[in-house]
Design a protein around this ligand. Structure first.
Ligand code: TXA
Ligand code: MG
Length: 345
């Protein structure tokens, strides 16, 4: 079983950094989700990450650094846009995919000639990297294709018996992974994965559009269709509004046994709660946010999906949000988690 350490204690971070230096695996909090870290320069240590995650080894990892200047050690060149981006958004939830230097082992990048790099803002993560004096390669600390962990407990329960250390830093701030971008030869910014940093902010800073990557070729290998799947069936409710709760209930009762439903909604709906009480039903209603606050929804998303997935209900229903600002990343994760849609008109 992993050594479970309180990450708010300096001596525990120092201890964990020794494990990193020894080629061991340490789960640690970042501002986005928990990462499963290893020395990025140690091929054997990195190979253990793939083994624990059961991750196909064509899926490259993000390299985490603790100060901006370290980017020059690992990437070939930093152009003006990249420079601006890291001045403004690092430390923080932005990952850059750039041409790598040879020092980064191929196993980290799955043989690609680019490396994904970011400087996280979580103080425990920053100290862990700093004390280990190494770049840390880390994917999200979940089994492959499962929900990403936003608490140390979720890490413990899913892979705690396979790793060396868990640094508990409480619930993560954003609850969604970093935004990943790359820059092509024409100096266009291409979005590889929507995430905790809104693309609108990138566009404003650079004064250019971020291109949404859509192509048959999977540029970011981890972005497969079913990447964030809970074990239970998840349906996305389209066009759910305060005014159509009745329609939702009718539709659901036609299709499912309503008592087996776990509703995970983004705004409070009294009608649905009253219907449950009046008819003495025992479906579950929980809220990602009570008033459609996207930061709140994002920070609760994986945690609440995880709880729903472990509950005694059989089907999880989540209503959609608009695909703008953080909603883009929220819907990206939900669409990958979903089995199908429920349409309301
Ligand atoms: O917020 C995050 O980014 C978290 C925390 C722990 O930092 N990490 C994370 O890592 O989400 P992971 O491994 O779950 O997702 C990283 C994604 C994968 O989809 C992978 O395919 C993509 O980054 N990626 C990594 N290196 C790449 C590269 N060289 N080119 C394209 N995509 C890359
Ligand atoms: Mg992941």
């Amino acid at each position: 079983m992993a050594l479970y350490l309180n990450g708010f204690k300096e001596e525990n971070i120092i201890l964990a950094s020794k494990y990193i230096r020894d080629g061991k695996l340490v789960a640690f909090p970042t501002e986005t989700v928990y990462g499963l870290g290893a020395n990025a320069l140690d091929k054997i240590a990195v190979a253990k990450i793939f083994e624990v995650k059961n991750r196909p080894n064509f899926d490259p990892l993000i390299v985490h650094i603790s100060n901006k200047e370290d980017i020059y050690k690992y990437v070939e060149s930093v152009n003006d846009d990249v420079y601006k981006l890291i001045q403004v958004f690092w430390p923080g939830p932005l990952t850059l995919v750039l041409k790598k230097k040879n020092i980064i082992p191929d196993i980290v990048t799955a043989g690609l000639d680019t490396v994904a790099i970011r400087m996280p803002s979580n103080p425990i993560a920053l100290k862990l990297i700093k004390y280990s004096e190494l770049p840390i390669a880390a994917p999200s600390a979940n089994p492959f294709n499962y929900l990403s962990p936003t608490t140390a407990n979720a890490v413990l329960e899913s892979i705690g018996d396979k790793i060396d250390v868990i640094l508990d830093g409480g619930k993560t701030q954003f609850g969604l992974e970093s935004t990943i971008i790359t820059i092509n030869e024409e100096n266009q910014i291409i979005l590889l994965r929507p995430g905790a940093l809104e693309i609108e902010k990138i566009e404003k800073l650079l004064n250019k559009k971020v291109m949404l990557y859509s192509n048959d070729k999977i540029l970011s290998p981890g972005q497969t269709k079913h990447h964030y799947q809970p074990h239970k069936k998840l349906f996305i409710i389209k066009n759910y509004k305060q005014s159509n709760a009745n329609k939702l209930i009718k539709k659901i009762e036609k299709q499912f046994d309503i008592n087996k439903i776990y509703f995970l909604l983004t705004f409070k709906n009294i009608e649905l709660e009253q219907y449950k009480d009046i008819h003495k039903l025992n479906f579950t209603i929980d809220y990602l946010s009570k008033d459609d606050n996207y930061y709140e929804i994002a920070s609760n998303l994986f945690e609440k999906l995880y709880i729903a997935d472990k509950s005694d209900k059989e089907i999880i229903l989540v209503n959609e949000v608009a695909k703008e600002s953080l909603g883009l990343a929220i819907m990206n994760r939900l669409e990958k988690a979903a089995t199908d849609y429920i349409f309301l008109d």
